[in-house]
Design a protein around this ligand. Sequence first.
Ligand code: PEP
Length: 248
Amino acid sequence: MAYLFANWKMYLNSAQADALMEDLGQVDLGSVEMAVFPNTLDVRKALGALRGNHIAVGAQNAAWVPQGAYTGATSAQVFADGGCTHVLVGHSERRHIFGENNDDVRKKMEAALDAGLTPVLCIGETKEDMEADKTMYRLKKQLTKALEGLVIPKGKLFVAYEPVWAISGSGNGTPCAPEKAEEVHHAIREEMKGLVNWDVPLLYGGSTNDENVVSYLSLECVDGVLVGRASTTADSLRNLIERMKSVS
Ligand code: PEP
């Protein structure tokens, strides 16, 4: 079994999202466990279109307050009431384009858990961090700030390691070498032992596609992938799923 979490970001217009959901609703997933993160306007449609194929639907971002005078925001509670089960928290684009810091991420983690959503906590170092040999310093800080002291029920958390420089579009789009991904995931797993008392599934994200997905999935510490660009067309998504099925 392997996880495939598809982050559609703001790539698709309504017609493209409809077509992709329709296609995905028919795909044989085998042992691939999938969640899709559409834009907020398409969440309800996704819930209807993907339920039959047991694909979970999540929010790409959620506000930390449940309700109130917060123009433009949608809370974790509203997503949960609407039927979402997952939420991305601390995605690199939220941190680096929208300026969210570790305190914001912590508040969003708490709100997501309070609302009964499963957070997918995204962490990753910048190119500057990596070049200054500060990868683990950055990741430990992100993990500790987000998780320390929280009591998280078993199965209600994923952690996605997404080096900022590896993300396509907003980052440099340089895929992380699998050996490096394994080394970092291993260190994350060790760090997680002090923070959560059950084995949290770890995902890799950053320019993953059907050609390189097997190299990540065959790593010991990687339980699945969080995919942006390559999950936004029916052909590349189907190819990705087929490759994943062949190794999971
Ligand atoms: C992401 O931003 O979560 C991501 C993994 O994007 P991409 O696959 O496009 O690099």
